[in-house]
Design a protein around this ligand. Sequence first.
Ligand SMILES: [Zn+2]
Length: 63
Amino acid sequence: MIDEGLMEILACPACKGPVALAEEWIVCQECGLRYPIRDGIPIMLVEEAQPAATDGGEPDTGD
Ligand SMILES: [Zn+2]
């Protein structure tokens, strides 16, 4: 999987915050963005990132 030394040099490209390995994702500890891991390679691209887990999916602003 992902080497811990690699984790130490990785940083969130969106906020430069520290990241942690979570199953198949690299999760930013600051902004919560999740970056996919493909073939063991973290895809540290904001465009590929998923927003923080939205349990419940609260609607944005209603009218
Ligand atoms: Zn971040």
